[in-house]
Structures are given as C-alpha cells and as structure tokens.
Design a protein around this ligand. Structure first.
Ligand code: AN7
Length: 355
C-alpha cells in the first residue's frame, strides 16, 4: 500500500517538492507537528502571540526527519546504495531511521565527544554504521564530502538540496495553520540548513499565493559557536548546546541571504540564556526541548530584554526533543533528596506536612 491515513511530507506537499512517479513514497510518519501558543511567554514578554513549532514531535525527535524523507527518497530514486552523513547527532538518528526503513546501509560520522547519548543510541539501534571521530562536526563534514564522491553513495547532510526541499515543509505547515506567515520567525542556527529551508518555504508559499507576507527571519547561534555572527569560522566551537556546536556552517551564504532578504538578523545568545530558556520552556510551558532548540526562545528573550520591538505574531521553532539528553535536564534542574519510605517523610519532603 502506498497511501497512508497519516501521510508523510512527500505525500502532503508533493506539488511543492521535486518528486515524481519514480520517487518512492518514503515516510516514517514525519511532519504535521503541533504549533501551540506559549501563553506564559506572551504574558512575560508582552507579545501578542508567541507560537511554538514542536519539531521534537517528529518520529526520531527532531526536524531532521522532514529533510531526510525527501533526501533518502531521491537518493534511492537516483540509484544510491548507501547513505552517509556527518552529524552532531540528530541528522545521524534520522538518516539511520530512513536507512533502516528503506533497507539502505547508512554510515554516520559523529564527534567522539559531546554527542547526546540518546542520539547515538538511536543511530545504533536503527542499525547504522556509527563512526565516532577524534574531531568536530566540521572535521566530519570534510571527511564525508570526500567519501561521497564514490559511486552510489548519497551524502544526506544539508549540502544535499533535497534536504532543504523537505525541511521547507515546516514553513508550509506554519502558514497552513496560521493562515499567514508570522511577523517574525525565531530559529536556532547550526549548519544553517534549517533557516535556509524555512526561508525557501515561506517564499515558495508566497509565490503560490498561499501567504500574503514573508516573515522577518531571526537566527540564533550559541555565543561560543557563532561563526556567522563573527564573520569567520570558529576553530573550536564550544557551547552546552551540542547540536549547534558547529564552527563552519555549510549553508553559511544562504543563511546570510535569508537574513538579508527578510530584513532579519542572526545573533549570538549565551549558554546561560540558552539554559534559562530551556528551563523556562519546561517549567512554564510544559515543553521539554533540547538545549540547541532553546536557542530560538533564548533569542526571543534576548531581543525583548534588549528593548527591541517584537512583532505581534512570532513563531519560535523548537527543533528537537529534550528526551535525547536526559543528563542535561538533570544537570539543570533541582536535585531531589531521597527520603524514608513512609507517609510522614514523603509528606514532609513534599512540603505537605502541615496540610
Ligand atoms: C536540535 O544533526 O547539524 O542550522 O548534524 O540538531 O539546520 O544545522 C543538527 C542541527 C538546531 C541546527 N536544532 O540546525 C546535525 C545537526 C537541533 C539540531 C540545529 C540542529 P541547522
């Protein structure tokens, strides 16, 4: 059976994608993620509408599934026998899932240190060949670019244009839900594929008459890994947000183009602010994201506190789930104290002893 009661991005957005009869309708159930109001943030910042796009609700827990669906399907259509990517973890997990789904051997090159355990676990259990390297994501990307020149090997990093084609479906969904593009879009920036893809998507939808306006793009890098902000590659990128620990983004020029064409900004946010946004999203909105994803909301806090006027309707893209890195949550949340297993001790620990 080809069709599905809950179609993936290829089936839903076929008319906007470079897919045809010969493209396999590959899906693991990606896309169609929730867009929800952030009422606590709205009150706190005095912004009329703040919406959160919950990309952690994708099957592997990040937005990467959208782009991998299209990149994997096109690679198979074009006769690839293997997928390969470098990754800070989420691309690896997603590529591994689509490799498994399509029966395509998949190699994932990850930094030996700093990748969240949940992402490594995913890549391993999906059956990818996982190669930890003694270096950074940027080193890994150099290696896979060279390996991808071998026949039949499909490079599925966001240097692959089909990745961006697939990822733009998130922008389509935002417009489909709101009936219009938002005034501003806040988004984390690592390898800079996603900001490029959203901009491409908003423009495609505007051209097709689905939206009357384009958003202002607001990208955020972590301050220890902010090459686009600094205007030069960062040799040793360093941030708590391991997913965006990237010093030389592949889509650098296109991200700058998205920024400039939208009259937007790409700014740096500190690790402290990223952690604050991470805690705030969980404790006040009930949304558990990964640290890199919190960079979008950190950016909103940063601009609001800096006295910048925020648009009436903004969307923050929350790129991935917090569950892949439970260690980070434990480090940044209060530690519970162990008590005796009786009613009085538990009531006291709960602060209910005088209720
Ligand atoms: C949760 O998985 O680069 O600017 O190799 O995992 O499109 O790179 C991940 C990036 C934001 C940045 N949020 O997006 C990888 C990888 C999360 C991410 C980004 C990533 P891009």
């Amino acid at each position: 059976m080809n069709g599905s009661p809950r179609p993936g991005v290829i089936e839903r957005y076929r008319e906007f994608l470079p897919v045809g009869e010969a493209t396999p309708n590959l899906t693991i159930g990606e896309g169609d993620t929730p867009l929800i109001r952030a009422e606590s943030l709205e009150r706190r910042l005095g912004v009329a509408e703040v919406w959160l796009k919950l990309e952690g609700c994708n099957p592997t827990g990040s937005f990467k599934d959208r782009g991998l669906a299209v990149a994997a399907a096109k690679a198979i259509e074009e006769g690839a026998h293997s997928f390969i990517c470098a990754s800070t973890g989420n691309t690896a997990a997603s590529a591994a899932a689509f490799g498994a789904r399509s029966g395509t051997p998949t190699g994932v090159i990850i930094p030996a240190r700093g990748v969240a355990l949940g992402k490594v676990a995913q890549a391993l259990i999906y059956g990818a060949r996982v190669i930890p390297i003694q270096g950074s994501f940027d080193d890994g990307l150099t290696v896979v670019r060279a390996l991808a020149s071998r026949p039949g090997v499909a490079l599925v990093n966001s240097v692959n244009p089909y990745r961006l084609d697939g990822q733009q479906t998130a922008a389509f969904e935002v417009v489909d839900t709101l009936g219009e593009a938002p005034d501003e879009l806040f988004i984390p920036v690592g390898n800079a594929g996603n900001i490029t893809a959203y901009w491409k998507g908003f423009r495609a939808y505007e051209s097709a008459g689905r939206s009357r306006q384009l958003p202002v793009m607001r990208g955020f890098q972590a301050s220890g890994a902010a090459p686009i902000v600094e205007g030069e590659p960062v040799g040793n990128p360093d941030t708590v947000a391991s997913a965006i620990r990237i010093g030389n983004p592949a889509n650098w020029e296109r991200a700058v183009q998205a920024r400039d064409e939208s009259d937007g900004t790409i700014e740096a946010v500190s690790d402290e602010l990223i952690v604050e946004a991470y805690q705030l999203l969980a404790a006040e909105e009930g949304i558990f994201v990964e640290l890199a994803s919190a960079a979008s909301v950190a950016g909103l806090l940063h601009r609001s506190r800096g006295g910048e006027v925020i648009g009436d309707r903004v969307v923050c893209v929350l790129t991935g789930t917090g569950l892949k890195d439970p260690g980070a949550a434990v480090r940044h949340a209060p530690k519970p104290a162990e008590v005796e297993a009786n009613t009085e001790a538990v009531a006291e620990a709960l602060g209910w002893d005088d209720l």
